[in-house]
Design a protein around this ligand. Structure first.
Ligand code: UDP
Length: 495
């Protein structure tokens, strides 16, 4: 998840004088989720929170808005407070060179071959040291998100807290130099959390690893129920008429999301589906020159075709509009070539809309066992899947309905909070009550549901999907530890 950055040092401004900037999130009640989220998840969440009640938890990241991490914190932090935990969300601050370096680190962790210079390293360290001085000491747990604040632990010292590094990035094959630089700051962390088992980088110097896929907030403006008539009016107002089928991709303008490939696939599909419309909805950061370059390329590619519509957050397409696009499109595309998790997939499925998406990162887990849509590996396959779904509304409906059921069971926010609190309880040495989890992907399972199972060495394992069971059976699990092969737990000891 790539953040939009806050440039100006504002640490002393908003809150606490000499402390890091605190993000105010208001109050939210978990009770609102009672008829939305499976009850077994809410009950287990309550039990886990009870054992941590009063614990002081700090979430630390780089930005209060823009990008998936801040969305998750904005929704999750007030719910943790409602569960009786004493939670703060603070953001670090930095200047332009700092965030240029952290973007390079981010890219390097995703495999970009460009290394970071000695001057870059100095910029990263000096800003990290300044932020470390502003960090308070009053926490039982500090959860540090992504690379931007990662060096704060060694620069500040652990104190009495347990520290967790929550990596939201695809880090399976990092640039060796970049990874070597970052991993030097990680050895004192008590645990690391990755979105998928495949993302655990080589030689991670952290003893405990947890695999926790992210989730969407079903009650946020982007995902809340929106009457069809209202959604239609919203799209009408921005100039999208639903007089012919609409396909949409919602994502940052980033080469890995392959927006030009989306246009190529749309052009192929349009030969079979006359009148087909394509909406490309992308968020832009003012400080992201690469994004603007790609935006201009997309504009050129789309020029002359008034059935391709381009929208950005900067022209007023926000959460409600994204909600309407995901709800009213016949098919949502997410033609990622490389992906972290791909929250947009769950967002679309939650609205009952089938998805045609690249076989990358966390997308196959969301579409496991053919639920929710079609996984594709090429432009031609993307076009063919679109044409098939557009021509067979019953199939599209069925996929969308089953996709929504899978999101309901596995990808709503309280499940994510439950996984996280299970880890914190484990770190504080509290014996966990039994919560059933898939040993491959980490998802929490309903103990009363009929799910795929497998007896292995006297232990009965349960899985979220046949696909996870197959992977377990084939030992098709990327190495978690320093070369040992597959392990069967999603909170594993890496020491
Ligand atoms: N998003 C948005 N407006 C846009 C483009 C993206 O609100 O124009 C949101 C999208 O709905 C999702 C998030 O940004 O919630 C992107 O998360 P995802 O995991 O799909 O991709 P990332 O950008 O983190 O790689």
């Amino acid at each position: 998840m790539t953040p939009t950055h806050v440039h100006e040092p504002r640490a002393a401004g908003m809150h606490g004088g000499t402390r890091l900037q605190k993000v105010e999130v208001g109050e939210r009640s978990l009770a609102s989720y009672f008829n939305v989220v499976p009850i077994h998840i809410l009950e287990a969440l309550d039990r886990e929170a009870e054992r941590l009640r009063g614990a002081r938890i700090l979430h630390l990241n780089a930005t209060p808005y823009g990008g998936g991490v801040s969305e998750l914190l904005r929704s999750g932090v007030p719910l943790l407070a409602d569960l009786g935990l004493d939670v703060d969300w603070h953001v670090i601050t930095g200047d332009e060179p700092f965030f240029r370096v952290t973007k390079s680190i981010h890219n390097g962790l995703q495999g970009d071959p460009n290394s970071i210079s000695a001057a870059d390293r100095d910029a990263y360290l000096s800003t990290s040291a300044r932020n470390a001085e502003l960090l308070g000491d009053d926490y039982d747990f500090v959860v540090v998100h992504d690379p931007q604040p990662a060096a704060i632990l060694p620069l500040h010292g652990k104190g009495n807290a347990k520290w967790v590094w929550r990596c939201h990035i695809e880090t399976s094959v990092p640039n060796p130099d970049t990874w070597e630089f970052l991993r030097g700051f990680l050895s004192d962390y008590d645990a690391a959390v990755f979105t998928l088992r495949e993302f655990v980088p080589p030689d991670l110097p952290i003893a405990k690893i947890a695999v926790i896929p992210p989730a969407i907030d079903p009650l946020s403006p982007k995902n809340l129920p929106l009457a069809r008539i209202t959604a239609t009016q919203v799209l009408d107002w921005i100039g999208v008429r639903l007089d012919s089928p609409l396909v949409t991709q919602v994502s940052r303008f980033d080469p890995w999301k392959d927006p030009l490939g989306v246009i190529a696939a749309y052009r192929l599909a349009r030969e079979e589906v006359p009148g087909l419309q394509l909406a490309l909805v992308g968020s832009m950061a003012l400080d992201d020159p690469e994004g603007w370059d790609l935006y201009r390329q997309i504009q050129q590619e789309a020029a002359g075709d008034d059935r391709i519509k381009l929208f950005t957050n900067l022209t007023g397409v926000g959460n409600i509009e994204v909600n309407a696009f995901q709800r009213l499109s016949s098919v949502v595309l997410q033609k990622s070539l490389r992906e972290g998790f791909g929250l947009v997939v769950s967002e679309s499925l939650w609205k009952g809309t089938p998805v045609v998406a690249g076989r990358a990162g966390g997308i196959p887990l969301q579409l496991a066992d053919g639920t929710g849509g079609v996984l594709v590996d090429s432009t031609e396959a993307t076009a063919a899947a679109m044409v098939e779904l557009l021509g067979d509304p019953a199939l599209a409906d069925d996929l969308g309905r089953r996709g929504r059921a899978r999101v309901h069971e596995h990808f709503l926010l309280p499940r994510l909070l439950l996984n996280e609190l299970m880890l914190l309880n484990e770190l504080s040495g509290q014996a966990a009550p039994h919560v059933l989890t898939d040993p491959v992907c980490g998802l929490v399972l309903d103990p009363d549901a009929h799910v795929p199972t497998l007896e292995f060495e006297g232990v009965r394992h349960a899985f979220c999907s046949d696909e996870c069971r197959r992977r377990f059976l084939m030992r098709d699990l990327p190495v978690q530890t320093g070369g040992g092969g597959a392990t069967a737990d999603t909170i594993v000891d890496n020491s």
